[in-house]
Every structure is written in structure tokens, then in C-alpha cells.
Design a protein around this ligand. Sequence first.
Ligand code: THG
Length: 266
Amino acid sequence: MLVIGEKINGTLKSVARAILERDVAYIAKLAISQTEAGADFLDVNAGTPPDREPDDLAWLADVVQSVVDTPVCVDSTNPEAVAVVLPLLKKPGIVNSVNGAPGSLDGMLPLVRTHGCHVIALLMDDSGVPDSVVGRMEIASKIIRATREAGIEDEHIYFDPLVAPIATTPGAGRIFLEALRLLKQDFPGAKTVSGLSNISFGLPARWVVNRAFLALAAAGDMDAAIIDPLDRELVSVAMAARAVVGLDPYAREYLIAYRERLRGST
Ligand code: THG
């Protein structure tokens, strides 16, 4: 399972300050620490208004690339900002994200195609996130028709079924896991991804819920997770879950991660 490091996110106060003050050292440290912890990609989210976002995102990508080789996941729904950042990337990155709304698909897919990068596709559109699995799968079908028409390989798509808080939405976790299963069945070439934070919103000991959710999603062969890679036990739980259900024969990846001392608590 790919780990997309989430920590360079301007919606967090400390990162917002660093972006505003162009604090290179602060962002560099987040890039290095996440890379050393085993992140495969680094998510960068400026979290700033549309007029400032292109500049801020470009600055974040430049700082990250000046200190690590880890490819960047450009977290923005604004095609104008993404268009500025993609040409700066030294390695093909991930665009995070596109959704089923025509404005999003028309604005983003040509950029994804031109730069040969991967793209995270959220199973929502202008009407929001459908309550049902069927509704989300209809959006997935619509998105994959559009990506194929744009000349983007299925292998370059990461579907994010979007998980709602279980504290307020009965069935939220089950709906996510069912969508994950159907995505794998209907679009075997495409990949899957999730951010965890929503699932545990409004609950105590959120880390327990996040671990339970990641274990189940990893056991369902989710391909990538947007998480804090410095949370070694969270990453270990995902790798263990994969080994338990046979997705990691002989626990090979689990063992390698421990041997390298990148992941795990000991
Ligand atoms: N799907 C997709 N993209 C996403 C999300 C998603 N991008 C944004 C978000 N969700 C994932 N990123 C974050 C980034 C930071 C935090 C949560 C989600 C966060 N961090 C705190 C910190 O670092 O201080 C707390 C971390 C913790 O408690 O462990 O809150 O769902 N496609």
C-alpha cells in the first residue's frame, strides 16, 4: 500500500503560517521527516484562496523538491493552480483531485494527460457525495468514461470513495468498504485511495477508529492511503492487515519494513 504523507497541508495552522511567511526550513523538515518515515508521495495542499493558491502551491512544490526526491501529490481542486504546478514537477506526480462534475473533469483531465501523471478521483459531483454505493459507482463509471476519452490509462486513476463520519452517518464505513470492493471488481485496472480523518470525526480516541478503518481498508486491498507516515503504528497496522489476509505472502513487505526500521514501534 502506497503511503501519501499528509502533513504539508495549509489547513493546519502551523503550515498556514509557514506558507504565509515563506518559512522554507519548516516545510523542508516536514518533507524530510515524512520521506525518512517511508512516504511514497508527499501531499501538498496550500489551503489558500484561489488568487494566492497557484503561487503558494508552486512554492511548496519547489521547497519539497529542493530537499527530497519523493514525488508530489498536488492537493487542489483548482485547475489553474494545478496547471502552474505540474510543469515544475521533476517526477510525475498525482493530481488530488478531480470529481464527477463536468467543470472538474474538463479542467483537470487535459492537464493529467499532458503531464502523464496519476489522478485521484473523488466519487462525488456538484450535488455532493451520493449516500448510496450505487450512486458513487455511477460517478465512478462517468469518471472512467471521461478519463478513457481523454487518453488516460485506468492504471493512472486512484478512486477515493470518500468516507463519512461514523458518528453521524450510519453505515458510512460499510458503504466505503463496499464501494472499495465494487471498484476493484468493476475497474480492476484502476486503483483506490482514502484519507482517514473523516471516519472518526466527533469520536474520542480517534486514533483507535482510524486504525480499525485502515486495517479493514488495507485488508480490502486499498492501494494507497493519505496519512501521517510518522505514525509508525498506523502504517504497521495496515501492513499487518495485508499480511493477515494474504495480500502480502510470507509477510515479506511487513518484514522488509521492520528490517529497514522505517516502520514499526521497535
Ligand atoms: N481524500 C483526498 N484528499 C484529501 C483527503 C481525503 N486531502 C486532505 C485530507 N483528506 C487528508 N489530509 C489531512 C491532512 C492533515 C490532517 C488530516 C488530513 C490532520 N493532521 C493533524 C496534524 O498533522 O497535526 C492531526 C494528525 C493526527 O491527529 O494524527 O488533521 O480524504 N483525496
